[in-house]
Ligand binder design. Sequence first.
Ligand SMILES: Nc1ncnc2c1ncn2[C@@H]1O[C@H](COP(=O)(O)OP(=O)(O)OP(=O)(O)O)[C@@H](O)[C@H]1O
Ligand SMILES: [Mg+2]
Length: 253
Amino acid sequence: MLRIEGLSRPFGGVYAVRNVSVDVADGELRGIIGPNGAGKSTLFNLISGHLRPTQGRITLRSERIEGLSAHERARRGIAIVFQGARIFRGMTVRENVMVGAHARTRHGFLDAALRTPLHKREEREIRQSTDAALERVGLADWADRYAEALPLGQQRTMQVARALCGEPALLLLDEPASGLRARERHELARLIEGLRGGGLTIMLIEHDVQFVSNLADRLTVLNLGEILAEGAPEEIRRNDDVITAYLGREPAP
Ligand SMILES: Nc1ncnc2c1ncn2[C@@H]1O[C@H](COP(=O)(O)OP(=O)(O)OP(=O)(O)O)[C@@H](O)[C@H]1O
Ligand SMILES: [Mg+2]
């Protein structure tokens, strides 16, 4: 599904991501872990096109995409839920999700202003994909509520629905569980499992190693912008380098 080769991106002379190579199989759930500032979000932004790499290649289903805009990558099936993604207050859940669907349409401002046939058809399609996404995440009954009235767990679910609108092939989730209570985390985990069960390829950044280990097929560990380790969750949890980098202490003898 996704092949990343030798990807680098510095900020002011310091590499946020350095020579990173990752292969994600079709239908895989890949966990990305690593300490604060390790480069996890930067890696996602490089994949989604919100940042450009200075070196390296990104191939999505055998097509090179590292030169494409974020919009073009979204249309090729990459969706991202940003770390700390904000909701639009004063808008309903459906409207919040529709904003995501709009991100992938073809029409421009003039089409919308003039209400051209293309615009009207796309509006109808957006409404349908929005309702389908809300149904898929179990939020259909909440569609007409104000987004800020939802508990935090369901606000996160709403962000996932927004990302699902364009029927993505690859979903990037940047710490979707952060700040959630145990029960909300559990529900989010079930949602992610369900999406994965439906064939979606998912990359999940998560600080809680236990949480991501229960979900992921494989884990990639980043540290200081580089890959420190990669493997099945049980291998990673036994890896001394990971324990040292992640917990900031020496592994037990
Ligand atoms: N737009 C930017 N401009 C300058 N430096 C940046 C920018 N974005 C990220 N960085 C730096 O790149 C490094 C990696 O940041 P990144 O946000 O990717 O880490 P992260 O692994 O997602 O951390 P966290 O777990 O805190 O979310 C950090 O040192 C950060 O300060
Ligand atoms: Mg981050």
